[in-house]
Design a protein around this ligand. Structure first.
Ligand code: BES
Ligand code: ZN
Ligand code: ZN
Length: 512
């Protein structure tokens, strides 16, 4: 998809489809809807006036209504996209609305569309505070890119319905401060949207295609041209670094592991911080000797979504160029049962020197991350974040609308949450206080790789990781429930979601 921005009056734009956003002005739950367009343009309002007063369209979130040959404007079609009640309006609604417009256009074979930037001043002289120009422009473009992604890449009858050209139109004056915000928003939206989609492309790949080696190669091919130093290591390096925990998982597979180290060095750092991003990259999780039930196992190709989020984040960071150094460590392996696989009862020695009694070989993510987190610290990071499809227990606790978040530092957590207001992604904090530490005590070694019982499984996993971050301020994201959309939504396809890319990047640049 190519994107262009235009400083122009929307009615004079020649396009197969022009999307305009609308809100519901009514207050109160059962009040009759009062749809209104988010534009100050008279011709657009006039073209939509009859249908808006008909009561057919309520401007609900992602509700769409199509007018052919709208009168008084040059577009062939006018698509009105609802963003819900004005009192609840956020830029994230705009993001979803833009995705819904794209997903409306795609199956109808429309390869080009335009969208009008919602105007904060459209309803009254008092601008709508929730629609600052830059963020709104960014959200439109992000939403459009996210909406454009479909996962059917391996279908021989696949028709590529992707959008070729997106035009975003604003009536701001080119060169004005608002015009500049519009431009910055659009450029950032492209970076965020394409980076999130890059992560989704990786997660979408089947396990036989995307082995750890291929994951490393794809990261390198994407990031090196963008100026990110990308080193891809394998078995020898794991042994040299004494990564016994990571290697314990990796040694059961015929596919060699990959340790991917990506470094972003700013031209001029304005901060002494070095941010560390660590991702779980299990390209397929069978459970190992503690093998998983076969039902639904095919989904475990997405067990590298944490790694993909970090690679996607590095892709965006390379282009946004924050003035802070970032090092990302991805630990990739395949978790297989075999004659060389690790077993329950084995004791592994992690890079940090801690010994780990294996209770369940399906709790492999924390094992690869243990060495990844320790290695990031060794490389000098001052603040850490990890992302992992770590536990089914987190999905039980939070469902699929919030990812789990754990942190050992209030200020770091707060920063991250502030960023999610911009990214529109949902994370819910769960505890990892030291009272829980007893749950992972072992009789034979320093710690066990699971808590003895099922209870609080997302927390015991976080407690395990906490052993390896020691005193470094740290955030752990358990994205098991959010990395894969079980059903499609109006704004996004079923399949890999690309969760956490936007929030991680926002968090990183808050330190610049
Ligand atoms: N990759 C899984 C976690 C997972 C489960 C992700 C379901 C998405 C959906 C992880 O490696 C795992 O198997 N965890 C075990 C841990 C248990 C053995 C302590 C789990 O959650 O069951
Ligand atoms: Zn597992
Ligand atoms: Zn796993």
């Amino acid at each position: 998809m190519d994107t262009k921005l235009l400083f122009q009056d929307a009615p004079s734009l020649v396009t197969p489809l022009l999307a305009v956003f609308a809100v519901d002005l009514s207050t109160g739950k059962d009040a009759t809807a009062l749809p209104a367009l988010l534009t100050t343009n008279n011709a657009l309002s006039k073209a939509a006036a009859t249908v808006l007063s008909s009561g057919e369209f309520k401007a609900g979130s992602c509700e769409t209504l199509l007018l052919h040959a709208p009168s008084g404007i040059k577009a062939e079609r006018l698509l009105i996209v609802g963003l819900g009640k004005v009192s609840k309006l956020t830029v994230h609604e705009v993001r979803k609305g833009a995705g819904a417009a794209v997903r409306f256009a795609k199956p109808r074979g429309l390869r080009e569309l335009a969208m009008t930037l919602p105007e904060a001043a459209s309803l009254s002289d008092d601008p709508i505070e929730s629609l600052p120009t830059q963020l709104t422009a960014r959200a439109i473009v992000e939403g459009a890119y996210v909406g454009d992604f479909d996962p059917d890449t391996y279908r021989s009858d696949r028709k590529d319905l992707s959008i070729q050209m997106l035009t975003v139109v604003s009536n701001a004056k080119e060169g004005s401060s608002e015009g500049k915000e519009f431009q910055t928003g659009v450029s950032e939206g492209i970076i965020f949207g394409t980076s999130q989609n890059f992560a989704r492309t990786l997660v979408n790949e089947p396990g036989n295609v995307l082995t750890p080696t291929v994951l490393g190669a794809r990261a390198k091919a994407e990031l090196e041209p963008l100026g990110i130093k990308t080193e891809v290591y394998s078995t020898e390096k794991l042994q040299e670094l004494k990564m016994g925990s990571f290697w314990g998982v990796a040694k059961g597979s015929a596919e060699p592991p990959a340790l991917v180290v990506m470094t972003y060095e700013p031209e001029k750092a304005t901060s002494s911080e070095v941010i560390g991003l660590v991702g779980k990259g299990i390209t397929f999780d069978t459970g190992g000797i503690s093998i998983k039930p076969s039902e639904g196992m095919e989904k475990m190709k997405y067990d590298m979504a944490g790694a993909a989020a970090m690679i996607g984040a590095m892709r965006a960071i390379a282009q946004l160029k924050p003035t802070v150094k970032v090092i990302s460590v991805v630990c990739s392996a395949e978790n297989m049962p075999s004659g060389t696989a690790y077993k329950p009862g084995d004791v592994l020695t992690a890079m940090s020197g801690k010994t780990i009694e294996i209770i369940n070989t399906d709790a492999e993510g924390r094992l690869v991350l243990a060495d990844g987190l320790a290695y990031a610290r060794k490389l000098g990071v001052t603040r850490l974040i990890d992302a992992a499809t770590l536990t089914g227990a987190c999905v039980v606790a939070l469902g699929m609308l919030n990812a789990g978040l754990f942190s050992n530092d209030e200020a770091t957590w707060q920063r991250f949450m502030d960023g999610t207001k911009l990214s529109g992604e949902n994370f819910w904090r769960l505890p990892c206080t030291d009272e829980y530490r007893d749950l992972i005590k072992s009789n034979i070694a320093d710690i066990m790789n699971t808590g003895g019982s099922r209870w609080g499984g997302a927390i015991t996993a976080a407690m395990f990781l906490k052993e390896f971050v020691e005193d470094t301020p740290w955030i752990h994201l358990d994205i098991a429930g959010c990395a894969w959309m079980e059903e499609q939504k109006p704004w996004i396809a079923k399949g890999p979601s690309g969760i956490a890319v936007r929030s991680i990047v926002e968090w990183v640049r808050s330190y610049a």
